[in-house]
Design a protein. Structure first.
Length: 650
């Protein structure tokens, strides 16, 4: 097994008895979390359940440990349901690389490691590399020592390197992986063979202008006199070039996903491969896996066919020009080769939209903030919000339909796979949404068990409302995350009986695994294991890496927010409360997408405490609620911790 996989998926837990204070003390194995204020927590999860025990680790006991360390410890109940860990013993060190800044004391060098990773300075072995006080470095952990790997150049983006090391992301590809990618890129490829030839069918790709790893292409054709259309979603056949258990595959598996850090992408596959032979660039023949859907006039998918194909993209389009066509019939020069096909894309999208609306669920908007950077200095030059266009919505409908069809196709053939499952929300979380909606002037009307159609009706109510961002924030938390598993189940948010990821094998390993299983079946394999435990093991690994990627992307975003706002200390902005924490209010600046904390201790009329649902901060004479508009002033920023502090302006 690849050395970067096993530590990430190690199970930690206890003996399975009930977690109550009557069982104190007890010995457990858990994972260390480090708080920037110097203390820590031991997190222990009961195997096979979401139940978690969190035990406090005092600062002195945390000194020899790093975030992510697996340790055994004795946990003792300390009243009010709280636990304290003592007698910590290292079981496994999962972290191999750390970021920090050099501190010089009495002629010796120490490394002040990222506060999210360690609470103390570690002696640094610089080797033969000259270092000086305040240098930013990346070091490796070996036999309990911190040994310098490399020193960052002056002007390097410290935030970026800190986030990469903090979350154990893979920065560069090993040389043997790059060489294998180059060989795969340069190897002669026999085009065609038994593949279905789709080169004569008008086919397009739709992506952002900056995208280089294009992995999906679409075609739509009339299907017959009954009014049906054929939607062809063709996906780059990555598995043809990335052979299982090769160094290239093991590195992709260890990464599990591409990570999109503002200003830098850490791809799952080397660019030598993903942006060249695998990318569905226009006017080049490419091998794909295609799922062909027959969509009737009512928007129902009445048939699906899956096959290996040979395609040629007729045009590379971007979202803006496709949106201009969908909204205003505007034809860009790039569309000329597929001018006659464009109305059929719009028709297929409209039919799928009607069908999905009829079954409920919701499409989570990808409205987000994007940073722009000075090309000469790399400094953050701007921050602007981006909203989905009609073109984004069209492509999302096509990809969701393809993913659903593949999930059903594999299930009906008895092929185990990596499903994407989203459970029905917990009744208590549903009650939280009901309560907050009423407080905000909306009646969600959810029962104890929310339904996809009820969710869709609520989505329609809040669309465009002033409190929409706050309502969606509460709704997202109530819906919870989706996850990968070999065990088939519905995707509640999409109102899909079965779902998986098939359409992005260049950037998601789950999709690559699905491709391999499809091809195994197409090539005659039938000896599949029901709910194969190896696929479940892979699914759990991908879940872990996906969560790390999400946290890294969020940390990077928050650090750049802090950097961006550091030049705006003292300025005032209108904002809206989006979350309530035990220690204060999280507010988002109107039109700027920047979030910051208003500490509760700075609010007049205190003391304040959050209500049980953390939807309001309640004081003696005043209450602050999620969704409430406020005015704030920027007080301070901390880029290392990604924090912006506001003060309320009355």
């Amino acid at each position: 097994m690849h050395p970067n996989i096993s530590p990430l998926t190690r199970e930690v837990g206890y003996d399975g008895t009930d977690m109550d204070t009557s069982a104190s003390p007890r010995t457990v194995t858990g994972r260390v979390d480090v708080h920037p204020r110097g203390f820590g927590f031991l997190t222990v999860q009961k195997p096979g359940t979401p139940e978690v025990l969190s035990a406090f680790i005092p600062p002195p006991d945390l000194n020899p440990l790093f975030a992510g360390d697996v340790v055994s410890a004795t946990v003792t109940a300390s009243g009010e349901g709280r636990w304290t860990a003592s007698g910590l013993s290292l079981v496994e060190r999962t972290r191999t690389v750390v970021y920090g800044e050099v501190v010089s004391r009495k002629g010796a060098f120490f490394l002040r490691i990222d506060k999210e990773v360690s609470n103390t300075d570690w002696p640094l072995d610089p080797g033969t590399t000259p270092v000086q006080h305040n240098d930013a470095v990346v070091a490796r952990i070996a036999d309990g020592k911190v040994v310098l790997l490399y020193r960052l150049e002056p002007g390097a983006d410290r935030s970026l390197e800190r986030v990469i090391a903090r979350h154990g992301l893979h920065r560069d590809f090993p040389s043997e992986v790059v060489q294998e990618a180059l060989r795969a890129k340069e190897a002669p490829h026999a085009l065609g063979g038994s593949r279905r030839d789709l080169r004569s069918i008008p086919t397009v790709t739709v992506d952002a202008p900056s995208t280089r790893d294009i992995d999906d292409a679409i075609s739509v054709l009339p299907a017959g006199p009954d009014g049906a259309v054929r939607l062809l979603v063709s996906i780059a056949d990555v598995s043809e070039s990335v052979k299982e258990n090769t160094p290239l595959d093991l590195e992709a598996r260890a990464r599990a996903t591409s990570v999109y850090l503002a200003g830098r992408v850490l791809p799952m596959l080397p660019e030598e491969l993903s942006a060249h032979w695998l990318s569905l660039v226009p006017n080049e023949e490419r091998h794909c896996l295609t799922v062909e859907l027959r969509i009737d006039p009512d928007g129902r998918v009445t048939a699906a066919d899956v096959y290996e194909s040979l395609i040629r993209s007729w045009a590379r389009l971007n979202y803006d020009e496709v949106a201009a066509f969908l909204d205003d019939n505007s034809i860009s020069p790039a569309m000329e080769p597929v001018r006659e096909a464009m109305p059929w894309f719009r028709l297929a999208s409209a039919r799928l939209a009607v069908s999905r609306a009829a079954r409920g669920g919701m499409t989570m908007s990808r409205d987000e903030a994007r940073f722009t950077f000075d090309t000469a200095t790399g400094a953050v030059s701007g921050l602007a919000g981006e909203k989905d266009t009609s073109a984004h919505n069209m492509i999302e409908r096509f990809m969701v339909a393809a993913n659903e069809a593949i999930a059903t196709w594999l299930m009906t053939r008895g092929v185990p796979t990596v499903y994407r499952v989203h459970e029905q929300p917990d009744p208590q979380r549903v009650a939280d949404v009901n309560a907050f909606a009423l407080h905000s002037g909306f009646a969600a009307g959810f029962g104890a068990q929310i339904t996809p159609l009820a969710l869709a009706a609520f989505d329609r109510q809040i669309s465009g409302a002033k409190a929409e961002a706050a309502l969606r924030s509460v709704l997202r938390r109530s819906l919870g995350p989706s996850r990968y598993t070999v065990k088939p189940g519905p995707h509640f948010g999409l109102a899909a009986p079965l779902y998986l990821h098939f359409t992005s094998p260049i950037r998601r390993y789950a999709d690559l695994a699905v491709h391999r299983l499809i091809k195994a079946y197409l090539h005659g394999r039938r000896d599949f294991v029901h709910e194969d435990p190896e696929i479940e093991k892979l699914s759990q690994h991908i879940n872990v890496r996906a969560r790390s990627a999400n946290r890294a992307e969020a940390d990077r975003h928050h650090e750049l927010e802090a950097r961006f706002m550091s030049t705006r200390i003292g300025q005032q902005f209108p904002a809206r409360i989006v979350r309530v924490k035990p220690f204060g209010l999280v507010a988002q600046l109107d039109g700027m997408w920047v979030e910051g904390m208003v500490p509760a201790e700075g609010l007049a009329g205190g003391p304040y405490r959050p209500d049980t649902r953390e939807l309001s901060m309640v004081g003696k004479t005043r209450t602050f609620t999620v969704g409430m508009p406020i005015n704030v002033k920027v007080v301070s920023t901390d880029e290392q911790l990604g924090r912006v502090e506001f003060a309320l302006v009355e």
